[in-house]
Each structure stands twice: as C-alpha cells, then as structure tokens.
Design a protein around this ligand. Sequence first.
Ligand SMILES: Cc1ncc(COP(=O)(O)O)c(C=O)c1O
Length: 441
Amino acid sequence: MTTPIPAAADLEALWMPFTANRQFKADPRLLVAAEGMHYTSHDGRRVLDAVAGLWCVNAGHGRRRIVEAVQRQVAEMDYAPPFQMGHPAAFELAGRLTALTQGKMGQVFFTNSGSESVDTALKIAIAYHRLRGEGTRTRLIGRERGYHGVGFGGISVGGIVSNRKFFGPLLNGVDHLPHTHSLADMAFSRGQPDWGAHLAEDLERLVALHDASTIAAVIVEPIAGSTGVLIPPKGYLERLRAICDRHGILLIFDEVITGYGRTGAPFAFQRLGVTPDLVTTAKGLTNGTVPMGAVLCRPGIYETFMQGPPAAIELFHGYTYSGHPLACAAGLATLDVYAEENLLTRALELEDDFATALHDLRGLPNVVDIRNLGLVGAVELAPRPGAPGARASEAFLECYRRGLLVRYTGDTLAFSPPLVISRAQIGEIFAGVRAVLAELA
Ligand SMILES: Cc1ncc(COP(=O)(O)O)c(C=O)c1O
C-alpha cells in the first residue's frame, strides 16, 4: 500500500529540524507506519531500522503494552500539574529508575527531552555548590565534539561548531576538554581503545587555569554519539572521575543515547564502572513513544537542597510537562518490557556478533575506521576532497533506497538498532551497508 506524498507546496509549512529542507522537499522520505524492527515508507516499502528511530526505540516499534498503557492513561487522567501537586505514576517511575541504578542514584527530576535534561543538570550543579556555600563554582566544562542537545546550556558545553557558531556568545564561563578521537592512534579498535586515557589530564590544566573554586561541573557523554560514535579510551572516564573528586567538581554523564540498555547495562556508567554525580537521560526512557527526559542525581544532591523552611520551594526549576501522566505511563510500561525481555542487558549478548559483522566491513573502499561498544557502532569514511560529509550522505540515501535506515554525521555512518534485533537482522544490516559501500565512489 502506498501513501500519496503531499504536493510540494504542502511541504513548505514545516520547517524541519536538523534537515536539509530543500533537498528533502525535492525528494521526500516519509515514514507512515512502524512495527518491530521495521518502518513502512510512504511508497509501501519495509525499511529495516538500524538506528532505533533516533537512538530511542530500544524495545522495537509498536509495542502493544506501551501503546495500551498510554491509551489507558489518556482516558483516565490526561494531565496533572507537577508544581505543588503530584500523581502516583511519577513517583513510581522515579523509584523504578533509581532501583535500576542499585542505589547509585537517589532522586530523579523529570523533563521532556535530552536538551532539557542537560540544562536541568547544569543548573542543579551550579545551585548545589551555591547551597553548600561555594557560590563561586559556576564554570562548566564540556568537551570538543560533545553533543548535549540544543538549549543554550547544551550548545555552550557542547563542542560542535555548526551548532554553536550561529548563536552568539552562548553561556559565559564555559571551557572544553579535548575530544578523544585520533585515527592515527585508535583506528579499528574493537570496544574501548587502548590509547587516550591521558587526555583526561587536560582537566588538570583547566583547573590550573581557572582554579577549582570556579568550576561547578564537567559534562561528557560516556560514548559521544552525535559526532560519530567516539568510544571512551580505557581508563579515561576513571581519570576524569578521580580529577573531579580531587577538586570537588561534579561529574555529569550525558546518557541520553547510552541510557536504557544501549551498552548492555541499564546505564553506560554501570557498564563502564565509573559513577557520575548526575546522569542525563531521555529517549529510551519511554521507548520514544512520548517525549520524556530524566535527570538522575546521586544521593546527597537532593538532600543539599532540602534546607530552609519546609514550606519554601527548594529548586526554582521545572516544566509544565515534568512527569506528564502519559509519559509516566509510557515509561512504566517501557521498563516492564525491558525487564520481561531482559533488554537492558541484551546488548552484551549481541555485542560480539554485532562487532564482528561491523568490523568485517574493514577493507571496503574509503573505510578509515570502525568502532563499537554494546549495540552502538560506526563506520568512518574518508571525506571526498572539498566535499566533507557528501560520501556519508550518499551512503545514507542509498541505504534508505534499499530499505535500510542508518544515520550519518559528518562522514561517519552510525548504527544503534533496537535491542530486540535478531542475529539474522544484524547480518542483514551489514550486508546492506557492505553492498552500498562497495559501489560508493
Ligand atoms: C548525548 C545527547 N544529549 C542530549 C541530546 C538531546 O536530546 P533531545 O533531542 O531529546 O533534546 C541528545 C540527542 O541526540 C544526545 O545524543
């Protein structure tokens, strides 16, 4: 069955996010249905989803249990104000999330997206120091090639030039660590690269430059996703943690893509064995069905805010839709599906097969690096002279034409399939990519 594409003029009203609008509208790619591991395109083709939508549909598409939970909730109570009021599902979901961390995190603050989670965590970090009498700690340290969403806080600590350069001076008092990617030193590493732990020492340089008494927090993605899947070098996150501890700096892990099973544990911090002070999440929390984000805080942070008269508001921050009933219903049902099907650890079982199929692409034309951890993988292509990004963009379009949805960023193709993927489907993804890369000039 095919769905007619709207006439060109009817596509004009929508300003599409992070999209080449004119190219898209000249040859639209519309998705009209989704089930399990597949989308259906407007021209009636089945498209294998190699990226879980946008790193979020971890349990696969169209899960009845989640759909029905949302349907029940919207019929029962559509909305409840989150300021000075509550509803049971928000408390239950927060408790289920802290339980996933085995007590490493004590409280949860709900948002509606990854970007909001990031800005929330940055604000909590600065306010936390102030409440402890260290109000000079306002500086935030991000990292080159980091992606922390699109709020002003997130783009300030982020390290992607095109996400920053159009938007003025951004936040004051931000500095950046160097990114950890070096083709010369780590190309074709399987899992965590051996090289690069020393790059964490740059934090000592920033402490020497600014003084620890001015620094509130460091924020990094355990795996940098949006700039092409950069896997943390062995020992790197451990060193960052140690330096933060030495100087009283909070460590924030942005787990918007690595949360909810992507690396074979509920959160990447558990897989990697380094516990941050705050964890930002979103996406897989509701399997992508209803927008929701969550900031997880280690024990002690919330308690720091619980001072002053009991009738006083402790944190002047929140969203109209923090802990929205539909999102909570979706989140609870999603966690049920994850638990029943052991999806939060399934990436660990599939990791070897996934890595083998991915690394088998080595030797194809223009492939300069392949990297992976859990069910996240990337193939970096050599850029065409004078046309960075063009090669990966063509590969993306050709994959889609052949029924495979992948992502690309710069000249890197990224893969993050739903965690319900079968071994045969892993083979299908990389056979498809192989065919495309073999023919790509
Ligand atoms: C690490 C990270 N942080 C934040 C975000 C922003 O999330 P959202 O698009 O839900 O605002 C993303 C989105 O991909 C992300 O990968």
